[in-house]
Each structure stands twice: as C-alpha cells, then as structure tokens.
Design a protein around this ligand. Structure first.
Ligand SMILES: [Mg+2]
Ligand SMILES: [Zn+2]
Length: 218
C-alpha cells in the first residue's frame, strides 16, 4: 500500500470508533433482558455517549443476545429494547451510530440461531461487520465492556480495551482478570470515566492523518 494512501482523501479514511458492550456497560446487568421493563440505563451513560458524539467518534453497540437462541424472547423484544435505548439516549441528546447483536448459540433451542458463529464475543465478527459497514479502523478504536469476553474480543480485533467496573466488572477484575493473558488498557469505574480516558488517548500524538478531534480535549 502506498505510504500516502491515507492522505489522499482524509474524509474517506477509516475512522476511530468506540465499541460498547450493552448489558452491564450501558444498562444495568439484570441477566436476560427478556422484558422492556428490565432495560435500565446506568447513571452517566447518556452523558458519556453525548461526549463521544461531541468528539465525532462513532459509537457502536456490540452485544451477545443468546436469549434469542435459547428461546427466552423474540427478536421483536430485542428490537423494542433497542428502540427504547435509542429514545432514552435521544432524550438526553445522545445517539449511537450502530447496534450489532449476536443472536446465536451453538446449542440453541431455536434452530435458526443454532450456529457456532463468528460473531459471538469474544469472536470479532460484530466488530468486523461494523468496521466494513461504517468504515471504521479497528486498530485505532476502543472496546469498552464489563466482561473479559469483551476485552478478549477487542484485543483480538486490534482495538484498545477498557474494563468498566459496572455490571460484572468488579467481580471480573477480581476473580477472572488475574488468570487472563489479555489485560485491559484501562480500568474505569464506569462509562463516563472510560470516555474521559479515551478522550485523553486521542489527544496524544497520533499518525499524521490523525489529530485531536475532541472539543473537550485541552
Ligand atoms: Mg456486559
Ligand atoms: Zn453470532
């Protein structure tokens, strides 16, 4: 690849993005969200996503939803939950740029979802699909989640990783992390703290085509 290739058309070069796990990172960890009433945004999440929006960083939700494969709820419920998430964020001036879900499980009760897929985290299929469809550079992106499967997924995709201490995060940090080869680039108390760290990282010297894009970067 020519060395100048990324300078030819900066507006079309792949972008950094922030990938967010859903349950335990955006909304309260409640096991399967098998009813709309179980979707509860965590404090500070809308504000955190609004900051990412202001930094013009695409925000992409990547979520394993094996409850579909297990027959616990239909796709229409998943759609309704995501519509509610979008509306609740919108009410606070925040938006996500994409939502990618893995409905599969290798031993699914529901035959159409019985699949050893490549998109169930820690596999990287959801991130790769988003990167293709939204023109994202995974190697300059971030993956934020409350479980080691999120961190392993992000690291395998070449992204920087952040563990949040919401959801399963505190327990994973204590009992899972010490045995794991992959370690997070940062551990944050919540998504808001994760976003503060990410904005700092993006203000550091980056390759020539990059620059500080954060309105809040000083
Ligand atoms: Mg989670
Ligand atoms: Zn899948």
């Amino acid at each position: 690849m020519p060395r100048h290739s990324q300078q030819v058309s900066p507006c079309c070069s792949p972008k950094s993005a922030v990938f967010l796990d859903r349950d335990g990172t955006i909304n309260e960890q409640m096991g399967y969200i098998n009813h709309i009433s179980r979707f509860v945004l965590l404090p500070g999440v809308a504000q955190a996503i609004r900051k990412l929006n202001a930094m013009q960083l695409p925000v992409v939700v990547v979520t394993n939803q094996s409850g579909l494969a297990r027959g616990y709820f239909p796709e229409s419920l998943l759609d309704a939950v995501h519509e509610q998430m979008r509306q609740q964020l919108l009410a606070e001036g925040a938006h996500v740029d994409g939502i990618y879900s893995c409905p599969h499980h290798p031993e699914a009760k529901v035959v159409q979802y019985r699949n050893a897929c490549n998109c169930r985290k820690p596999k990287t299929g959801l991130l790769e699909q988003a990167a293709r469809e939204l023109n994202l550079d995974l190697s300059r992106s971030f993956m934020v989640g409350d479980r080691w499967s999120d961190l392993r997924c992000g690291a395998a995709a070449g992204a920087a990783t952040v563990l949040v201490r919401t959801g399963y995060g505190r327990g994973e940090e204590l009992y899972i992390g010490p045995q794991e080869a992959v370690q997070p680039d940062f551990v944050a108390d919540d998504l808001l703290a994760a976003v503060a760290w990410i904005s700092g990282k993006l203000c550091m010297p980056l390759p020539a085509e990059s620059r500080c894009i954060g309105s809040e970067c000083r």
